[in-house]
Design a protein around this ligand. Sequence first.
Ligand code: IPM
Ligand code: MN
Length: 371
Amino acid sequence: MAKTYNIAVIPGDGTGPEVVKEGRKVLDAAAEKFSIKINYIEYDFGGERYLRTGEPLPDSAVDELRKTDSIFLGAIGHPDVPPGILEKGILLKLRFELDQYINLRPVKLYEGVETPIKNKGPGEIDFTVIRENTEDLYTGTGGFTHRGSADEVAVQSSVYTRRGVDRALKYAFEYARNRRSSRPWKGLSEEEKEKGLKGQLTLVGKTNVLTYIYDLWKRAFDEMGEKTYPDIKRDYNHVDACCMWMVKNPQWYDVIVTGNMFGDIITDLGAMIQGGMGIAAGGNINPEGVSMFEPIGGSAPKYTGQGKINPLAAISSVQLMLEELGEEDAAGSVENALRRVVAERLDSLAAGRMGYTTTQVGDMVVREVLK
Ligand code: IPM
Ligand code: MN
């Protein structure tokens, strides 16, 4: 009997619904090909609904989402809603309530895609960032005193727990260990290979200034690596240096693990070197629970309804979803289809410059999946 997955869909704001529509088409095609059954449950959370009801995300919805197999999110962000409300009220609330403690962001340059980094190609740009997703500055710990006066003080603290750091590190070490089977990283020297090393995990932090939180990260990283993952080469970069190396020598990276705030920042840089927001996807993962997949580019309000936005980031998040569900073959077919479409068909990955409309690009990927 065909396996059935209940997938919650939150198209959201701006161009979210347009790209989600294409993502669903591709998911349906992969499901058809691999005899999977998808049952969609659609939710209208986003700016419009918030402006109508005053409530970003009812608690009852979180309980419903908890019972699904996965969540597919378009984009959250509305020009008429002040910053922070929808982000905290929907996106961050879901990450926290569903304990999606990993934010998985592959940075992979496909053949035929332009990168702004001179003299680098698909052989050099292929790594994954694992961003801790529930702690750090994102906990919202802090506040104001004397708000609005000349004596105003604002404090916002970065909070890390050993438990939170350890679970993110464990995921990252496991990921680095398993990644080599499908996409071997070429950065190890012969000598290192002889020593039995199989991959590399780089911790990105700021131990020279954030001497509490990244001291905790560094100790936890070394302890876990030494004890449980001696086959993974450990490396450490300060976050500012990491930004430099991502541009200068991206081939040094295999898997990066970092905190929530630094991960947010470096993955926008990562998205740019892999060809832009048109292709960058991410997963908010709870390895023991319900995960949520999204294109990371936001709602792009200026392109709404024009058929100009690139749906490949949403399609790539469908691939990540299938991987997380354990549907490796279906995920592989989506990735291969996407790879062929970018290599052979599109003029550019930028909105409005693809040479095709949003729907046409979705259709091309569907055709490739079904081949
Ligand atoms: C991201 C986004 C979010 C974040 C915002 C929208 C809250 O930038 O997913 O990277 O900061 O995590
Ligand atoms: Mn971000």
